[in-house]
Write a protein that binds this ligand. Sequence first.
Ligand code: BES
Ligand code: MN
Ligand code: MN
Length: 456
Amino acid sequence: MDNALAYTDSNFDQFVDELKDFLRIPSVSTDSSRAGDVQKAARWLADHMKALGVGKVEIMETAGHPIVYGEHLVDPAAPTILVYGHYDVQPPDPLELWDSDPFDPQVRNGDLYARGSCDDKGQLFMHVKAAESYFKTDGSLPLNVKYIFEGEEEIGSKHLPQFLSDNKDLLAADVAVVSDTALFGDGVPSITYGLRGLAYVEVTLQGPSIDLHSGVYGGAVHNPINALAKMIADLHDDDHRVTIDGFYDNVIDLTPEERNTFASLPFDGEAWVQEVGASKSKTEKGFTPLEGTTARPTLDCNGVWGGFIGEGAKTVLPAKANAKISCRLVPGQTPEEITDKLEAHFRKHVPETMTLTFTDLHGGHGALTPTDSNAMKAASDAMEGVYGVKPYMVRSGGSIPIVADFKRILGQDTVLMGFGLDSDAIHSPNEKFGLDRFRAGIDSIIRFMSLFSRSN
Ligand code: BES
Ligand code: MN
Ligand code: MN
């Protein structure tokens, strides 16, 4: 382990240069015109892993973007980890808000700016570089490692559950390890033991069959934008609770111990929302912002469109109004259940003047993992070794739906050891990853591999 840590120390600049090469490939999974670049990123990653010594590396095709599979088995008696990450990235738009080209990585003030630097190319690369550090010093790894790096996380991991079911033996491991979450704060280490799920839908209200003159028809024909705006507004009550029937039925409540722990964390919810320009927090009554964002289900309208939005005024009574709406779910709730309840709600409340189209876009389950496993202890000790303090156990409000599938299909719990920050602007302009965290991540993974190899 010490040799591997020393190797990282002397080769860190080289690691950063290689990461920059990886980040230059615009592997935007949602953009079909970038499909060739997604392939290219898979190939780059596979070639890189092969070159540094991973025993077996394969690009495995799916009906969508490929999966980079790697395997380095050292001893059947040693524990096995399954490392997961995603090499696809979000679209970079709006481009004009970037201070430098999203696919021309630049270091400014110790932060590496590029789309995917934090989410998730930079973080998956920490695992690759940790392995390299062992290969180049000890000639091998302390335990068995399998890697799956997918290219469809940002579009819902459509083909990955099937891949897991089809390859159960290949993917057998003691635990899954994922670096695709955030630290609790800068210099404040944490391990994530909970993720939220997701139910994402689109609704359209149609009134008249064509756009109308609002002077001629306004007063006799119901306006779909007015109607949809009211339906959206009615999705929350005055306590900021979601009004959909049965929405909270299956929520697994926070335990009193969790609430105490949450309250003791060094976190100022009001300051945190003010950092992003909000004047005041808005949370379901009875819960703190930290609870509200990580352990309570929420509903957000993600986009709404319709009618005239061009320059100047046009007196139109539009035919249609549309909205994209998503719910973050907590363990206990399922995307199917919540999508059904959303649909029932919209069908029940749609005014008789409108027809409703309701489309299920995608969903994913939340996850909760035990905090007292050997793997969690090894991860905690590893991060303590790097940061000098024990990491907090936290829940995250984001979603990585495949984590629930690791449990359901492969029977594996997941250690979520991520090194992002909320301020890394993932999915936003000027995404970045602090090089000190890239470094701390590699060191933590090196330590984790060694500690976990000895823990069984
Ligand atoms: N890495 C994120 C999830 C994440 C972000 C976890 C911050 C913890 C903290 C992941 O790439 C992501 O963006 N997930 C999507 C869901 C997916 C189904 C599109 C999300 O959370 O919106
Ligand atoms: Mn991610
Ligand atoms: Mn993401």
